[in-house]
Design a protein around this ligand. Sequence first.
Ligand SMILES: Cc1ncc(COP(=O)(O)O)c(C=O)c1O
Length: 437
Amino acid sequence: MKLHGTMEIKDGQLEIGHIAVKQLAKQFGTPLYIFDEAEFINQSQKFLNSFDSDKFETKVYYAGKTFSNLYIFGLVQKLGLSLDVVSEGELYTALRAGVDTNNIILHGNNKLKRELEMTLDYKIGRIVIDHPVEYHLLSKMCSERQQKTKVLLRINPGIVADTHKYIKTSTEDSKFGMNSADPSTYKLLQEIAKDPYIDLVGVHCHIGSQVLNKKFFFEEAEAMLQFLYNLKKDYNINLTELNLGGGFGVYYTSEDHPFDLEEFLQDYIKVIENKITEYDLQVEKVSIEPGRALINDSGSLLYQIGAVKYPYQGNPYIFVDGGMTDNIRPALYQAKYEACLPEKMNNETAASFKVAGKCCESGDILIEKVDLPMPERDDLLLIPASGAYTFSMSSNYNRLPKPAVVFVNERQAKLAVKREDYADLIRNDLKYKEEDN
Ligand SMILES: Cc1ncc(COP(=O)(O)O)c(C=O)c1O
């Protein structure tokens, strides 16, 4: 298993942030989301320092959907990252965490009227319009409120990045954005550009997630700058902002070979600068929205093993005390992970195992095949590189309380989200009363 961030092995024990994982299990219980704060800070600084230009302003938005709570949004604000949100819940969390409203951008293919209202009430920095109906609704709201707002239009440039079909977002039939080849896209842009209450500042795109071949990002930037040039040349619309989304692939298992981030970001900036000069564009701000590339490496999921079971055929199962409730990704899109036994780091590999959760679903398999030392009941099992789209996609299926989230850094462990208890599970339930029926 690859060691990520501050992970170290001392006397056969795995440590994160210089704390033995065994100690974290004792203090906070399992299942447990563990975040390596130093690793998150390190990744953030890589993005902020390498995605930088003296020709235009740059912004790095943390994609809030990957992992959202007050603690991480507060850290995002402190580090100088901006924040991309997709719902009123994420926006509410951002506001309560004290994120500067100017640094927030709102996405979504079906924003609710009350989400747009909240965005206008708090004068959120940017709204990314997805389609004409949404534009007309926002335009009406802004004119009624006599309030101007800055928007970008989401464009689908037709770059189909090589990734899982559930995380491809730029196919011709994509549910996101307006296609760059579609004449109605230009019609809409002309309409928005004339709107007195909508300040059309730029365009946005996101070609998909877990993209491991950097050529797609270069193609994306070139296609979007060509699009801005066409707008200028054919429609006299001069936009000043370009948001190129996220999607930068990460290491989950040895099958993934992510590109060197710093080298890529510096080359990316050069390509963008050169195209802006070539097309004589007035672009003043270029943004990106990394999600998993910022947070995934720093997060791990820690479980306790309940049993090793030998089925009639196939690899033995390791049963853990959580499952698809705290990480739906393997069941949702066959995501793969590595694992280790944090108290047996120096033990020899014994066999290949299947790691299964405790939910009543045959599909509740966290890892199809992983080589591990011999586990026993009560041993710990850790799944590294699982910070993104795990806690944020968690559920209470089978009425399992959601695990706690803890941040570790320099021998200190800080609780960021409390473990749910049984009372949390029935908090919104109303009792059946015979007299009402
Ligand atoms: C608009 C937008 N920006 C950023 C992201 C972050 O993607 P990733 O986590 O792959 O970087 C997504 C993911 O779906 C997205 O839809």
